[in-house]
Design a protein around this ligand. Structure first.
Ligand SMILES: NC(=O)c1ccc[n+]([C@@H]2O[C@H](COP(=O)([O-])OP(=O)(O)OC[C@H]3O[C@@H](n4cnc5c(N)ncnc54)[C@H](O)[C@@H]3O)[C@@H](O)[C@H]2O)c1
Ligand SMILES: O=C(O)C1=N[C@H](C(=O)O)CCC1
Length: 237
């Protein structure tokens, strides 16, 4: 498969290694730092584009890939206000795969979080809050993964209506504490606490390898696909 890497930072480089090890060809690398602006012509022999850039650049890159009829796998976080526009394009025949987190472990953790929320829902003595810790270079906050976890709680708990990036004492608000520390690849915890005890579930990434492998597996899934896809489609969760 011929892959275009759009964004050649920490994730782009990690993905390149795994893609090459799995026998794929990297046909194009685009990064702000190599002064090449992406255009549809550059994508003409590409089977799939993998996009990991930043919240401001991502949507523009998707539009160029769609114009070239190249399916996109993206893990960029912080652009979700444009999600409806991307889904409209997918309904019209473009191919797009998005995950706030591509690691197998985190996607199992998403399911565990929903299951635990359903168990907790009838018991008013328990309240939830969340914490995420990432490296100091991360641009968005809270993390995309934390938002997905928060949505998993809100959708499955009768009292929780919204998440808030702060500590909240309001019953309908789910607090997310976002910490930035050193080179941490990504740690997410959900704690349910009562007056007498607490239960914490946590996912801690040791490196970016799990994210990168998931993105390459998604790229292998995407050629010639039309529509909007996510990890549930890839992992049959
Ligand atoms: N979904 C996941 O599993 C997952 C995992 C890790 C990171 N992320 C997200 O992926 C994104 C990138 O993370 P990272 O750690 O690689 O960041 P990074 O800052 O190391 O790399 C981003 C790269 O994109 C480049 N870039 C910026 N604008 C560009 C543009 N218009 N065209 C091409 N390149 C451009 C930058 O120069 C930089 O090299 C972030 O949004 C992060 O939150 C998601
Ligand atoms: O390093 C990052 O940036 C990460 N971003 C994703 C997020 O926002 O959840 C996934 C974890 C790493």
């Amino acid at each position: 498969m011929r892959i275009a890497l759009i964004g050649y930072g920490k994730m782009g480089k990690e993905i390149e290694q795994i893609a090459r090890n799995r026998g794929h060809e990297i046909g194009l690398i685009i990064d702000q730092d190599n002064q090449k602006d992406l255009n549809a012509d550059q994508l003409k022999d590409i089977d799939v584009a993998i996009e990991f850039t930043n919240p401001e650049s991502a949507y523009g890159n998707y539009q160029i890939c769609f114009e070239a009829k190249v399916p996109v796998v993206s893990g960029t976080t912080g652009w979700l206000d444009k999600m409806d526009l991307v889904k409209e394009k997918c309904n019209a025949g473009d191919g797009f795969f998005y995950a706030s987190n591509f690691s197998l472990g985190v996607n199992l953790f998403f399911e565990l979080n929903k299951k635990l929320t359903k168990l907790m829902a009838p018991f008013e003595e328990y309240n939830a809050d969340m914490e995420e810790i990432h490296h100091i270079h991360k641009l968005d906050s809270p993390s995309g993964t934390a938002i997905t976890l928060a949505e998993g709680i809100i959708d499955n708990h009768p009292k929780k209506d919204k998440w808030i990036e702060a500590t909240s004492m309001k019953e309908d608000e789910l607090s997310i504490l976002a910490k930035r520390h050193g080179a941490v690849p990504g740690t997410h915890s959900v704690t349910w606490h009562s007056e007498v005890d607490e239960i914490t579930i946590q996912h801690l990434a040791y490196s970016r390898k799990g994210f990168a492998l998931g993105a390459v597996l998604a790229a292998e899934f995407m050629p010639k696909k039309e529509g909007f896809f996510g990890m549930k489609d890839l992992l049959n969760l």
